[in-house]
Write a protein that binds this ligand. Structure first.
Ligand code: ASP
Length: 339
């Protein structure tokens, strides 16, 4: 079994700056020296690392391309990939990679930790070892059990493009609020075979290298003024907006609000309705306040996460699609990101 670790940075490999006591990313050799148990795994493991490794707050679409290209370059050489990544933007990277790696049939398991690997109580050691075991897991026909981008954290394996960072403190930091875990990690790793993604066809991997960043997230609040909304909707060059609405996809009924949204849609801006709630999704025909958004041309994102919605917009616009095409694809599930 040949596995590739792609170390991008994050707390898992950080050490303390002796002067400021703040954590900063450090070399892979330091990280792996702290996990001697890895040698007990009967896998052939190679690694590559970002130079320099980064805090994931600094993660950019260029870095996603770097990870995707590393996987593309060595796709046939390895049976699975483990990406070590900071937790802060892990759900964005997982979502972005799920779109960029079209026809993925091998495991891409992203993990990290809340405490650095050098700390006595670190969660990094277990997360790394379990991520490698998940990447190596095969069914009785020798097929990879996981054939998608997934996040391994503490006791669960989650679908990457359904996940969200839920806690800045807990070891159990991730969750996919609208999708069951792909596996429970206990004494055994218990996979949920129904939940695992299977691509409908066996075409070869196709990697997309362009993500268009002319997109943004706009979150509603009851005090939002017409001036603020107009300012945001007129952001120069903006092509796509994830509109974080109330409850089941509701927004104010004020004439100025709906008019501003309708005009932005007419200008060609793709606006996607995603709920601010942590679980559940948009049902925009349930109330008048959601219905009027749909009437203004806003696309329902259903139960998609904000992380998946914004990266999906980057991916679709990155393929030079027209707004109408983007709207159509936003309504459809491409790789398990929405129900
Ligand atoms: N700031 C860190 C990062 O995202 C946090 C972590 O890894 O847990 O890189």
């Amino acid at each position: 079994m040949k596995l590739l670790i792609i170390y991008t940075g994050g707390t898992i490999g950080m050490i303390e700056n002796p002067e400021t006591h703040a954590l900063h990313p450090f070399d892979f050799s330091h990280l792996i020296d702290n996990v001697p148990k890895v040698k007990k795994l009967a896998y052939d493991i190679d690694h590559i690392q970002f130079s320099p490794p980064i805090d994931s707050a600094n993660m950019k679409p260029e870095h996603w391309v770097e990870i995707a290209m590393a996987i593309e370059h060595d796709y046939n050489k390895y049976d699975g990939f483990v990406v070590l990544h900071g937790t802060d933007t892990m759900a964005y990277t997982a979502s972005a990679l799920s779109f960029m790696l079209e026809n993925l049939h091998k495991p891409v398991i992203i993990t990290g930790s809340q405490l650095p690997i050098g700390e006595v109580r670190t969660d990094g050691e277990e997360n790394l070892i379990t991520a490698l075991q998940v990447a190596a897991a095969r069914d009785r026909h020798g097929e990879a059990l996981v054939q998608e981008v997934a996040i391994l954290f503490e006791n669960h394996l989650w679908r990457g493009n359904r996940s969200t960072k839920m806690s800045a403190d807990n070891f159990d930091a991730f969750k996919s609020n609208n999708y069951p875990p792909l596996a429970h990690i206990g004494l055994d790793i218990e996979f949920d075979f129904e939940a695992l993604y299977r691509s409908p066809d066996r075409r070869p991997l196709k990697v997309h290298h362009r993500m268009d960043t002319a997109v943004m997230i706009v979150e509603l609040n009851p005090g939002m003024t017409e001036f603020t909304l107009q300012h945001l909707l007129h952001t120069p060059g903006i092509k796509g907006i994830v509109l974080k609405t109330f409850g089941a996809g509701n927004a104010p009924s004020d004439k100025w609000f709906i008019t501003a949204i309708r005009e932005a849609v007419k200008r060609g801006v793709v606006i996607v309705n995603v709920t601010q709630c942590v679980n559940g999704g948009v049902k925009d025909s349930l109330y008048d306040t959601g219905n009027s958004l749909a009437g203004a041309g806003v696309v329902s994102g259903g139960d998609i996460t904000v992380e998946a919605a914004i990266t999906k917009l980057m991916y679709l616009f990155g393929m030079d699609m027209e707004p109408d095409q983007v709207r159509t694809y936003m309504r459809h599930c491409l790789c398990g990101e929405q129900s």
